[in-house]
Design a binder for this molecule. Structure first.
Ligand code: SF4
Length: 189
């Protein structure tokens, strides 16, 4: 697995073909994130005070998160200095948490971090090929109407954005859909 080192490619001013390809993937990913944020904001408005996600709450910022390589590349592109010079948060929480408990890459955080805390729904294959819909929400946001009873439009559907990310990723790794540990992006991890 080749992981781009912080500082490679984008920062040296060379318009190489791989760098051009990565720049265009970053632009596409940016559009995906903008659409995700827009849809997530609509759900945040819909659920109002039920969602207690606040700056400083780090319940979702667990250690060991992995992302598609294309999302890792996006972070490397935008935070080369941080990855090169700063220390990863000690093991036990996400490497990108600051000592104060903030996300150091908030504006570039991966997809999974943009929808945490929302009521989630997804379809899974149960026994004998039967498809079932499952739901979940962060325990901190659980008090309120049961998530099982919410209309579909009031939940974040897991699947479509993942497919979109897989398509972007597949365009650069022959469909192998490699995933990268966030912690591994740091030079000092
Ligand atoms: S990238 Fe940021 S928001 Fe996502 S888990 Fe890490 S610290 Fe939390």
């Amino acid at each position: 697995m080749k992981v781009r080192k912080p500082g490679d490619g984008f920062d040296d001013g060379e318009a190489t073909a791989p760098a051009m390809e990565e720049a265009s993937l970053c632009e596409e990913l940016n559009r995906v994130y903008e659409a995700v944020d827009l849809a997530a904001e609509a759900l945040i408005r819909l659920h109002g005070p039920r969602l207690r996600c606040r700056r400083g709450c780090r319940a979702c910022c667990i250690d060991g998160l992995t992302v598609f390589e294309v999302e890792a590349m996006y972070i490397q592109h935008r935070h080369a200095r941080l990855l090169e010079e700063e220390e990863a948060h000690p093991e036990g929480a996400c490497a990108f948490l600051s000592p104060e408990g903030d996300c150091r890459i908030h504006e570039s955080r991966p997809y999974v971090c943009r929808t945490q805390g929302l009521p989630l729904r997804w379809i899974e294959e149960a026994s004998e090929g039967e498809m079932v819909e499952l739901r979940d929400i962060c325990p901190i946001n659980d008090p309120g109407p049961p998530v099982e009873e919410l209309p579909e439009r009031a939940c974040w559907s897991i699947g479509p954005v993942e497919e979109c990310l897989a398509r972007l990723q597949g365009s650069r790794d022959d469909g192998r859909l490699r995933r990268i540990r966030l912690r591994s992006l740091f030079r000092h991890s």
